[in-house]
Design a protein around this ligand. Structure first.
Ligand code: SAM
Ligand code: SF4
Length: 331
């Protein structure tokens, strides 16, 4: 397989982005993501080993994946995550390794992660109010999340802040979160809450409403014409801001026609769409000694051809909808 291979799905979308959930464990309990009482964790042997994850990355990199994001659960609770990042970073076709984290464990690991080749960090932060942070996440850890932000910037990593606006949880906090893009050289993105798992019990705030609220405080926003990367966010600039404000609007502005990603769950399912269960059990193939990389590649090509054309979160009640929760998929 040559280095210029491209993976194209059944409707012509090029797939070059892999998101890997390395664990279903988390050190927080964000109300819209995990139940307060905790979850029944997967048995350890059900999780892909780090070696298995690296093997999948090698196979997919040869098929056209160029960009990999590590997520979870909370990815930094997985042992030897720095080694995994270094091993993925060393794959010649991989141009970019990023992580999505709640930041609680990040600061003391920042240097090691940077050395391992971590280029970019997305930090999830729904509020800058300490009391509300504890209320939303179940833990009094705002200071650690803020420290994560400073450590990532000190290491020279590209940092983005992700915030999920939700009427019941952080309605009053979104302006303060956006203000971070004025104070620090970071982009702040607002992500519409999707009706997945616990998220279905809360009301997300549509992107348009957040934009109007920010304009009332910071003045008129200017839409950024060129795309920043090939992600789904639409960006705006505000006068006097160091970073941009982005909106990821899977509900109000569906972007499935531009979808370039597949997901690997912690138990090894290659998942083709956030909404649907379509995909294949790679763990079974990886642990089958009769399967070499070429066979696995053939199975992946067949699966990717079946990638759903779009999500239908707005329609719901879909018999094929995935029952997995966000902490199992990785967002
Ligand atoms: N623990 C890490 C973190 O919080 O960044 C990574 C995993 S978490 C599942 C990834 C992202 O998904 C977080 O930014 C979180 O806010 C977001 N998320 C969780 N449930 C969601 C939902 N129902 N709709 C939209 N985003 C959601
Ligand atoms: Fe954990 Fe991230 Fe889910 Fe919060 S959003 S409970 S930090 S996995």
């Amino acid at each position: 397989m040559d280095e210029e291979s491209a993976m194209v799905d059944g409707v012509g979308r090029t797939i070059d982005y892999l998101r890997i959930s390395v664990t279903d464990k988390c050190n927080l309990r964000c109300q819209y993501c995990m139940p307060k009482e905790g979850i029944k964790l997967m048995p350890h042997e059900a999780l892909l080993t780090l070696e298995e994850i690296t093997r999948v990355c090698h196979i997919l990199a040869e098929m056209g994946i160029k960009k990999i994001r590590i997520t979870g659960g909370e990815p930094l609770v997985r042992k030897n995550i720095g080694k995994l990042i270094a091993d993925i970073h060393a794959i010649p076709q991989i141009e970019d390794v990023a992580i999505t984290t709640n930041g609680v464990l990040f600061a003391p690991m920042a240097e090691e992660l940077h050395r391992a080749g971590l280029d970019r960090v997305n930090l999830s932060l729904d509020t800058r109010d300490g009391k509300n942070f504890a209320q939303i996440t179940g833990k009094d850890e705002l200071a650690a999340a803020e420290q994560a932000m400073e450590s990532a910037l000190e290491q020279g990593m590209t940092l983005k802040i992700n915030c999920v606006p939700c009427r019941q949880l952080n309605d009053a906090d979104v302006v303060a979160v956006a203000q971070l893009a004025k104070e620090r050289p970071v982009d702040v993105r607002f992500i519409e809450l999707m009706p997945i798992g616990c998220g279905a019990s809360f009301d997300g705030i549509p992107s348009e409403e957040i934009l109007r609220r920010l304009e009332a405080v910071f003045g008129e926003a200017e839409a950024v014409a060129e795309r920043r990367g090939n992600g789904p966010a639409e960006y705006y600039s505000f006068e006097g801001f160091q970073g941009k404000i982005g909106f990821i609007s899977p509900l109000s502005h569906k972007f499935c026609d531009r979808c370039n990603r597949v997901r690997l769950t912690a138990e090894g399912r290659l998942k083709l769409c956030l909404h649907y269960d379509h995909g294949i059990d790679l763990r079974e193939l990886l642990r089958d000694e009769t399967m070499d990389n070429e066979h696995i590649r053939e199975r992946i090509i067949r699966a990717v051809a079946q990638k759903p054309e779009a999500h239908h979160f707005e329609g719901l009640d879909d018999k094929d909808a995935d029952k997995r929760k966000m902490y199992q998929i990785g967002g």
